[in-house]
Design a protein around this ligand. Structure first.
Ligand code: ADP
Length: 486
């Protein structure tokens, strides 16, 4: 697979710790497979406690010098990293498709998105400002300084192997922090290539390290339990987020959590149906439905339900399924067998409760981790498919009769990441947008992610925000100076 890359220096097969590539550890290797073909891609070293501790200690040493550099210097280094990511877009996209499976066109889009966080936060480095606050007594001055929090640990998922790293490393490094990344065991190659480009950009040894391996308990235990780590930033499931929060409690770490969702997408009777169809398809099927902001429940007004269902089924049946490396592929494989089994289980439960398949519904003829893009109608909120995050290419359709019922159904979940609505009535849009219990609301669009906007959830979907002018605050502490006797 290395021969698919133009720059073979981006094919890195060891962990990056303190600026050095570690290709052997005492714990052996684990195999990485291509989800589209099941073929072995590479074997990578397994890191455990000792290697993770070494990365944390190196990050602590590196933090001392990096945090003392000027904001302009950090801007220059991170901006160079941004430029290198853009220059190597094709190779990075190929790595994503090889290890994650998404179509190359989507992988290219992810690299644009990933690069945008480096560009944005390079700029933001220069805009971290404190305050001078009017004091309560004469002869006194009150100041608020913003300082980098220290060593940060990032634990990232496989579904966006590049963007979930730059969205964390960009603001951390801009603020003056150092970072140890533990990428998902399924998608380390993209993370390691980003590490190689960071070194080429001049990010000093230890400021950005990448741990490899499939020993998540060992590495996660050190990252959440180590006194020198001041901040944990995680993207993944609510279940694992809860474990990491518990483990971080003993050392009182600052935590950012981007967790699971169960996004409702509401189509009101007055919606532009052409726009709604396009929006639903992209909000549902991007990355084969394996996105935390994927529309998990499509709620449609009774008066347009049958018409919209027929249009969605027809379009879904036309989607081209295949190996993501082949141009024209619109739906790649799912990440692994367990993911396919979960989709089957959700569908089985829905069908036994009276739901109807309008398109797809089975494993794809290509075999392996491929599943047919599916539309299923007559779903209700009692079914597992509407209660849990399916994380697959399945679109459940639910029916509602008035606005109040739609909002109540949308909010009937412990999650609160994204929500979407389609309507042309300004009053209805405003009322619904305010009433939805979600961190993000897409209005007449299924695409909401951008480096300029605050990404994050409410309820059990998470803590904190990433991207935008707020994102860097997660990596800063406020120090208050009370200066008297002036
Ligand atoms: P996903 O469904 O995206 O794989 P997970 O929450 O299972 O979501 O995993 C997200 C990340 O968390 C991955 O990098 C995974 O290896 C890591 N992880 C899973 N379990 C633990 C754990 N107990 N401690 C630390 N990290 C973990």
């Amino acid at each position: 697979s290395v021969e698919l890359l133009k720059d073979r220096g981006l094919w890195r097969t060891g962990a990056l710790i303190n600026g050095e590539w570690i290709t052997e550890t005492p714990h052996g290797k684990y195999s990485l497979n291509n989800p589209a073909t099941s073929a072995l891609l590479v074997e990578l070293p397994v890191c455990k406690e000792a290697e993770t501790e070494a990365a944390v200690e190196a990050a602590d040493r590196a933090f001392r010098a990096w945090s003392q550099t000027t904001a302009k210097h950090r801007y220059e280094v991170i901006n160079r990293w941004y430029q290198l990511v853009v220059e190597h877009k094709e190779d990075l996209a190929t790595l994503i498709t090889l290890e994650e499976g998404k179509p190359l066109s989507e992988a290219r889009g992810e690299i644009d998105y990933a690069a945008s966080f480096l560009q944005w936060f390079a700029e933001e480095a220069k805009r971290v400002r404190g305050d001078v606050i009017p004091a309560p007594k004469p002869g006194q001055r009150i100041l608020a300084l913003k300082q980098p929090i220290g060593v940060c640990a990032a634990i990232t998922p496989w579904n966006f192997p590049a963007a979930m790293i730059t969205r964390k490393a960009g603001p951390a490094l801009a603020a003056g922090c150092s970072m140890v990344v533990k990428p998902a065991s399924q998608t380390p190659l993209t993370a390691l290539a980003l590490g190689e480009l960071a070194l080429r950009a001049g990010v000093p040894a230890g400021v950005f390290s990448v741990i490899t391996g499939n020993s998540t308990r060992a590495t996660g235990g050190v990252l959440t339990g180590h006194k020198l780590v001041r901040k944990i930033t995680f993207t993944g499931s609510t279940e694992v987020g809860r474990i990491l929060l518990e483990q971080s409690a003993s050392t009182i770490k600052k935590c950012s959590m981007e967790l699971g969702g169960n996004a409702p997408l509401i189509v009101f009777a007055d919606a532009d149906l052409d726009a709604a169809v396009e929006g639903i398809l992209v909000a549902k099927f991007r990355n084969s439905g394996q996105s935390c902001i994927a529309a998990n429940r499509v709620l449609v007004h009774d008066s347009i339900y049958d018409q919209l269902a027929a249009r969605l089924a027809a379009r879904t049946a036309e989607l081209r399924v295949g190996n993501g490396l082949e141009e024209g592929t619109q739906i790649g494989p799912m990440i692994d067998e367990a993911a396919v089994a979960k989709v089957e289980e959700h569908l089985r439960d829905a069908l036994s409760g009276g739901a109807r398949i309008l398109a797809g519904g089975r494993r794809h003829a290509l075999g392996g981790a491929f599943f047919e893009p599916t539309v299923v109608a007559d779903v209700n909120l009692g079914m597992t498919i509407a209660r849990e995050e399916t994380f697959g290419p399945v679109m459940p359709l639910l029916r509602f009769r008035d606005d109040a019922e739609a909002i109540a159904m949308a909010n009937d979940t412990d999650f609160g990441l994204a929500a979407y609505l389609f309507s042309r009535d300004a009053q209805r849009v405003w009322n619904a947008a305010e009433a939805l219990e979600a961190g993000m609301v897409g209005i007449n669009t299924g695409l909401i992610s951008s480096e300029v906007a605050p990404f994050g959830g409410v309820k059990q979907s998470g803590l904190g925000r990433e991207g935008s002018q707020y994102g860097i605050d997660e990596y800063l502490e406020i120090k208050y100076l009370c200066w008297d006797g002036l």
